[in-house]
Design a protein. Structure first.
Length: 352
């Protein structure tokens, strides 16, 4: 503690500093000697010590020998050296980390932007990534030879869709585990179009369409619909959203979900902007308490806020279509409407 005070460091920072010095002096003698001789700056030795602290003694000694042989290294080289040491001297840890890393792989497509583009982000097995890159490179090259004058990057982007649509065109055989019946499944692309008819729609003066709640040009929509790979188009007219047609069951039919999400485009909770298409549909008055399964009693809530309303003291009252008065567990009031959320004054306690 006195040393830490003399060094002018915080207790936590001082302990980390002393730990790094001990790591270098006892487990990385070559690195320690290089710091004393001025060949390795102290800040880099600290980084090396942080990396080797979790290694086995044999792995740490291997890193120390390699650094002594090659001298100063960059951060990327150091990371590769640490990885090699783990694989060589702690194979069980290496395998456990490899298995754990597989759980963090993903592939997702972002929301559409105003130009009809979406960002694809993925972390995949390196072999899969190599094959994917080879496939889109080949497709882009073929498109160029066939006269596509777009840039290489644009052709690679188009190749992603072309490869995906070829897979959707396949008739895949699946076997039912219970009956053994073999069926053919063809996914195809399904386009669901909601027509909101107005006077500008009929006269062709409105150039704006929607993908979910995002504006896109009608020209972009026409391009999507003209694709020869499109296998089915469903034109679904939006009828009177004020209609109330209850059903007897707790389960909410798709037609009710569609009406509710068309009426309210986001989660109904204060300040939440989660799109309604990603939300649960909540019974304002619980079904078990007599609340009907009817659009007038149904509202979109994202999963987090649906649970908050179900399992905590958050409550709301629908004042008018799209307008909600929320009460927090501590009695604070929030008015939610198409224009956003407004916090109301909390209720005053009146002494009698």
């Amino acid at each position: 503690m006195e040393l830490i005070a003399v060094l002018g460091r915080t207790p936590d920072g001082g302990r980390m500093h002393v730990g790094r010095i001990i790591e270098c002096a006892w487990r990385l003698p070559s690195v320690y000697a290089s710091v004393i001789a001025g060949r390795i700056p102290p800040y880099k030795a600290h980084r090396i010590a942080d990396q080797t602290r979790s290694l086995t003694p044999d792995a740490a000694a291997f890193v120390d020998r390699q650094l002594a042989a090659v001298g100063n290294v960059g951060w990327a080289q150091l990371d590769r050296l640490i990885t090699e040491a783990i694989i060589r001297f702690d194979p069980e840890r290496a395998e456990a980390e490899r298995q754990k890393a597989q759980e963090h792989r993903f592939c997702e497509v972002s929301e559409v932007d105003e130009h009809g583009n979406a960002l694809i982000t993925a972390v995949v097995d390196v072999a899969d990534g190599h094959d994917f890159n080879t496939a889109i490179a080949r497709e882009a090259e073929v498109r160029g030879r066939l006269g596509d004058e777009g840039s290489l990057d644009a052709r690679r982007a188009q190749a992603v869709g072309a490869i995906a649509r070829r897979d959707l065109a396949l008739d895949l055989l699946t076997t039912d585990e219970t009956t053994g019946e073999v069926t053919v499944r063809s996914a195809g692309r399904k386009v669901v179009m909601d027509l909101h008819i107005t006077d500008t729609t009929l006269t062709g003066e409105n150039p704006v369409g929607r993908w979910g709640d995002k504006p896109v040009t009608t020209a972009q929509i026409k391009q999507w619909l003209r694709s020869r790979e499109t296998t089915s188009i469903i034109v679904r007219p939006v009828i009177n959203l004020a209609d109330c047609v209850p059903v007897d069951s707790y389960e909410i039919p798709d037609r009710h979900k569609h009406r509710v999400r068309s009426r309210r485009h986001t989660c109904s909770f204060p300040n939440c902007t989660t799109p309604a298409v990603k939300c649960d549909i909540d019974h304002e008055i619980p079904h078990r308490k007599g609340g009907p399964t009817c659009p007038c009693n149904l509202h979109p809530l994202c999963r987090r806020h649906h649970r908050a309303k179900t399992f905590s003291e958050w409550r709301y009252l629908s004042l008018a279509p799209g307008h909600f008065l929320w009460t927090s567990p501590h009695g604070r009031l929030f008015l939610v409407g198409p224009g956003g959320t407004r916090a109301l004054d909390p209720p005053r306690v009146i002494d009698h």
